[in-house]
Design a protein around this ligand. Structure first.
Ligand code: ADP
Ligand code: MG
Length: 210
């Protein structure tokens, strides 16, 4: 894992988000203000523009470069939240070995930082409904000594299941919470974008067996 791996994951996430632009735009039109995917794509495009800085850095610093770019370009509620994810992962990467168990801790630390920033856990119909179960499953798999391949196989399924479960939830955080009961029946856009990014990153890492 190094800056090149980080950039390869960004490329994969960007391609997949772009493919789902209309779908995610519609989700945020239904329970938000419609800008979520455009906020994210703007941030990802800013990351593509600093490719050589990210690719030339070590793993932790590459994540920190990405985090600060995301903070200054994404905006909305999700900008500071994705900043917290990447920056939390960057800080934790200094304390953990670059193996499956270490990476599980790094991801969990990033998710924890999102929780602190957004002051929410599971059940509020947000991206946390995907991020927390994925971090938890990752931690369990690592504790059982799972291989990287097993992890890359399992996490996209956990993400998808939990993304779909946001459909029936009542939103109690963010813009969607203003709709009250009318927020039910729609998948949360941040849960969907997070799930898409997790799936594409796992697929990309599997392709190169990283
Ligand atoms: P905004 O709602 O300000 O327009 P975005 O459209 O970029 O921001 O992002 C909306 C997404 O942010 C939601 O779908 C939800 O997943 C996520 N979100 C909103 N508030 C929180 C929060 N407090 N904690 C975690 N995620 C949140
Ligand atoms: Mg929005």
């Amino acid at each position: 894992m190094n800056g090149k791996t980080v950039m390869a994951c960004i490329d994969a996430a960007y391609a997949s988000l772009k493919e789902h632009t209309d779908e995610i735009a519609l989700l945020d039109q239904q329970i938000g203000d419609g800008d979520h995917i455009f906020n994210l794509l703007r941030g990802m495009e800013a990351l593509l523009a600093v490719r050589s800085d990210i690719e030339g850095a070590a793993f932790g610093p590459a994540l920190e470069i990405a985090a600060s770019k995301v903070l200054s370009t994404v905006g909305g509620s999700s900008g500071p939240l994705f900043y917290s994810l990447l920056s939390g992962m960057s800080k934790a990467s200094e304390r953990h070995a670059p193996d499956t168990a270490g990476f599980a801790h790094v991801f969990a630390a990033g998710v924890e930082a999102v929780g602190q920033r957004g002051k929410t856990g599971v059940g509020s119909k947000t991206m946390m409904d995907v991020l927390i179960p994925v971090a938890k499953r990752f931690d369990e798999l690592a504790a059982q000594g799972a291989t990287a391949e097993e992890v890359r196989d399992a996490l996209p399924r956990v993400a998808e299941e939990n993304m779909l479960a946001t459909r029936d939830m009542l939103a109690t955080k963010g813009r969607a919470s203003f709709l009250g009961e009318r927020s039910r029946g729609h998948i949360d856009p941040g849960a969907r974008s997070s799930q898409i990014m997790i799936a594409s990153v796992c697929a990309r890492l599997a392709l190169h067996n990283e």
